[in-house]
Design a protein around this ligand. Structure first.
Ligand SMILES: O=C(O)C(=O)C[C@]1(C(=O)O)C=C[C@@H](O)C=C1
Length: 96
């Protein structure tokens, strides 16, 4: 039997704050679902590019393009943006 109250689950000290946090967490869960869907869509598009390049005799990886992608995320999000872009690139083309 669970006896956890809204405040227990959120870490808030008032019911008002617990209600706000619960609603905002629902929005975050929905945003995360959309982000995951976008990452999967990016992976599929990236795979099309890589297959076309490999089929044409080229290599899977294109470092100059990766530098552009890293710069795009760094300019928008700062240093953690670079780490995020590196994770996205790893998801899209595997570890190099
Ligand atoms: O833009 C490309 O040429 C891609 O292959 C896509 C992508 C990417 O996922 O952004 C993946 C691998 C390459 O090394 C560079 C970029």
């Amino acid at each position: 039997m669970s006896t956890a109250t809204p405040t227990d689950k959120t870490g808030a000290r008032t019911e008002e704050a617990a209600g706000l946090i619960t609603g905002a967490r629902d929005r975050i869960d929905a945003l995360d679902d959309r982000i995951i869907g976008l990452v999967q869509e990016r992976m599929a598009v990236s795979a099309v590019i890589q297959e076309a390049r490999i089929t044409s005799g080229g290599r899977r990886v294109n470092l100059s393009r990766e530098m552009e992608v890293l710069g795009h995320y760094r300019d928008a999000l700062g240093k953690p943006g670079t780490a995020l872009a590196m994770t996205l690139l790893e998801l899209c083309r595997g570890r190099v």
